[in-house]
Write a protein that binds this ligand. Structure first.
Ligand code: ZN
Ligand code: ZN
Ligand code: FE
Length: 740
């Protein structure tokens, strides 16, 4: 007899019925049961059957299942009458929670199949699909500990739930129109609107209304992307002037909006159903206001049954943006959105754990996450070494935390992007749940060097041993952990903002890194950053300060008021209310504004994206770089900016200037790394930081460094942006504590 222990995502995903069917097919006897550390199987039969059993388990897994570890050992045979599913056993260790899964093909078929019991039922699901993480109150994952506790099973659903050969065997959210949650259409005062909710919602959307649609992990704000007036109205209400909106579209029509490969279609149709950022078609049928000035569009396929029902009402595509005020956490209750929409398409299944849509950016050198949430959270990630129970508190923007022990870490969903109370409440609530479910009580805290962050305060107040981790050190370490790089590497962190050990704002850093420490090898030359936030929003101030400090021609800055000139000149001269910065993000801001791209910025990375879009179809490596010079540890900015301003004066095309600027970054990065290789002997390079979301920089660096003999490691688990900081903090804190 074989005893098999499996862990990973093996509960709530149809794993036991899958094993049950497979065992019966192979005439095996024995049992399977859920334990709190995974599943256990006893299997007895012919040698050929057992061999085939072991081979087929990983190959034929249900779509939502994921095996992390499989231990097999031989034991003496016992007497079994048949193969059975035994009741759960509680033991030490923790169970994993499955992420939410997009509706599966079988349920989709039943949804539109007239005589089916769940024909047009908006909450149809089975063990292969449906909500998971977002409906959980406590573990082990069982209906009474989910938001389905309010919906007692009817006889029909109950019989399926208890039948091991049924696709809905122990599917905790199983429901039908007789016993499960219901949709309702509400007006802005939360009064019910008469009529069939789906058809009525479709009609309202076509009439140019904004409808907040309650989904799996939160609300979306939906409107018709063909009507510019309503798109503009939504932008005003959300206080989101430029940042692109995501569009949900019918799979068969997606090709009219964006250019896709088979690979992209597979990702879009996967159980994770993320948003993919893809290039728009040349003839773009939607309003320009959907993704203004942007050659790309974020699209996703309907992933909940009611999404499918809605799209079937002759709606080919729909703006579906997070239901929130710009940068705040996504809303799970109607009252939070009353000011932002005309109607609500809601339902009575509570969302217990909010989780935004995940976003992926495909590039020539692999997909990168821009946001890792629904469909991926809360699957744990394996660590390169065992750790104490630790909380990596994260930074401030693109906020996540990392909670781990042993060789596993759980990264929270994206929690918000602004320092406000709602984000912090969401943070604390999610942290509390993760600690409870995964049985991790931190003994060690890690936070950023920046003293003002909420997360820093939280770490300090805990009274636990605390390691403060430099921001870009954390960026690099998170990618090292993913690739299990237990050795010194070279790290390139091109980023917006991170507090440096010298009080300056870092962000253009080339470091030598190991988990226990780092050495700052090169950085962008320090330049004066006037007045913090005001300058980040109005980057012409930054450009002007840079030009003054570098002794460059300031004739270019005609948009500045006389007052601004006087104030900034005074600031640069006296150093009052001025930070020194080596930020790559701010250099992009300065260059974008010199090219007259926009005087005001409404979301971070806007200039880095705008410069990328200007030249994304030019052959970057054919452009001559601006002169770069590295002096000691400084990558000099003056030669670059003066070359660039020369081009502007000669009225060279903006596209070309942007291309040369990108090329220049690749050049000085390569130069600096070649020097670093000479002095350190290291050839492994890690790329990280928010600027790596710029596809030209990211793919260009991967290519040029690889061609020049470096081994390049890039973020695949988490975003290159600040979502990854928490993980980096967690591994560093442990390595440093152990090192002492
Ligand atoms: Zn299903
Ligand atoms: Zn039912
Ligand atoms: Fe950062």
């Amino acid at each position: 007899m074989l005893k098999i222990r499996l862990n990973g995502v093996v509960q709530g995903v149809g794993f036991r019925p899958f094993i049950y069917r497979l065992a019966r097919q192979l005439a095996l006897k024995g049992w399977i049961l859920n334990s709190s550390s995974g599943v256990e199987i006893a299997a007895q039969g012919t040698a050929t059957a057992l061999e085939s059993f072991l081979a087929r388990i990983p190959r034929e897994l249900p779509p939502g299942a994921r095996i992390q570890e499989m231990q097999v050992r031989e034991e003496p045979d016992e007497y079994f009458r048949d193969f059975s599913i035994r009741s759960s056993r509680d033991s030490e260790g923790s169970t994993l929670v499955s992420p939410d899964l997009a509706i599966c093909a079988d349920c989709t078929r039943e949804l539109f199949n007239h005589p089916d019991h769940r024909y047009r039922y908006p909450f149809i699901n089975c063990t292969n699909c449906g909500p998971r993480y977002t409906i959980i109150e406590n573990l082990p994952y069982d209906r009474p500990r989910t938001s389905m506790q309010f919906f007692p099973l009817c006889d029909f659903c109950g019989s399926e739930y208890l039948d091991p050969l049924n696709r809905r065997f122990h599917a905790q959210p199983v429901a039908c129109a007789d016993c499960g949650p219901q949709l309702a259409l509400l007006d802005n005062n939360l009064n019910p609107v008469a009529g069939e909710p789906i058809a009525k919602t479709a009609a309202l959307l076509k009439a140019g209304k904004i409808v907040a649609i309650k989904g799996i992990g939160g609300f979306h704000l939906a409107c018709d992307p063909l009507q510019p007036e309503v798109v503009v109205k939504l932008r005003q209400l959300k206080n989101r002037p430029h940042k692109p909106f995501a569009v949900m579209c019918r799979p068969e029509l997606a090709g009219e909006l964006v250019r896709m490969t088979q690979e992209h279609i597979r990702t879009l149709s996967s159980p994770q159903a993320p948003i993919l950022i893809l290039p728009k078609q040349d003839i773009f049928p939607l309003a320009e206001e959907v993704a203004p000035g942007n050659p790309n569009l974020g699209i996703f396929f309907p992933y909940a049954p009611h999404h499918l029902l809605l799209m079937a009402e002759d709606i080919p595509w729909l703006i579906m943006t997070s239901g929130n005020l710009n940068n705040e956490p996504v809303a799970a209750e109607e009252h939070e959105l009353q000011g932002l929409c005309d109607y609500f398409l809601s339902h009575n299944r509570p969302i217990l754990n909010r989780c935004d849509d995940s976003v992926l950016l495909p590039t020539a050198t692999g997909d990168i996450f821009l946001r890792r949430s629904r469909g991926y959270v809360p699957s744990p990630l394996p660590l390169p070494f065992g750790i104490r129970p630790t909380l990596g508190c994260g930074a401030e923007l693109k906020l996540t935390f990392a909670l781990g022990k042993g060789e596993q870490v759980f990264i929270s969903p994206y929690l918000g992007n602004d320092n406000n109370k709602r984000t912090y409440n969401f943070y604390l609530e999610t942290l509390h749940n993760f600690q409870r479910w995964f049985r991790i009580q931190p003994e060690l805290m890690a936070c950023d060097l920046q003293p003002d962050f909420f997360t820093t305060g939280l770490a300090e107040e805990s009274g636990l041993p605390l390691v403060r981790v430099q921001h870009h050190f954390a960026h690099i370490a998170s990618v090292m952990a993913e690739h299990r790089l237990n050795e010194p590497v070279l790290g390139v962190a091109y980023d917006g903002t991170g507090y440096g050990t010298d009080g300056a704002i870092w962000g253009g850093e080339i470091l030598k890194v190991e988990y226990t420490g780092y050495q700052r090898l090169f950085h962008l030359q320090y330049l004066p950053l006037p007045g913090g936030d005001a300058a980040i929003r109005r980057p012409i101030r930054i450009a002007y300060a840079y030009a003054l400090a570098l002794g460059l021609d300031t004739a270019l800055f005609s948009e500045l008021t006389d007052m601004e000139r006087v104030v900034i000149a005074k600031q640069v001269e006296t150093g009052f209310n001025v930070f020194r910065t080596s930020s790559m993000g701010r250099l992009f801001d300065a260059v974008a504004t010199m090219l007259g791209l926009f005087p005001e910025i409404s979301f971070e990375a806007q200039s880095a994206l705008a410069l990328e879009f200007l030249c994304h179809d030019l052959p970057i490596l054919d452009q001559p770089p601006y002169p770069c010079e590295i002096r000691d540890n400084d990558i000099l900015i003056a030669p670059i900016l003066s070359g660039l301003m020369e081009d502007i004066k000669r009225a060279k095309k903006k596209e070309q200037i942007a291309a040369r600027f990108h090329r220049t970054i690749m050049d000085f990065t390569l130069q600096a790394l070649q020097r670093a290789r000479k002095t350190t002997g290291l050839t492994k390079v890690v790329l990280a930081g928010g600027v790596m979301q710029n596809k030209i920089i990211f793919t260009g660096l991967v290519r040029s460094l690889t061609e020049n003999g470096f081994q390049v490691y890039t973020p695949g688990w988490l975003s290159p942006n600040d979502e990854a900081i928490s993980l980096g903090q967690l591994v560093i804190a442990n390595a440093m504590q152990r090192g002492r």
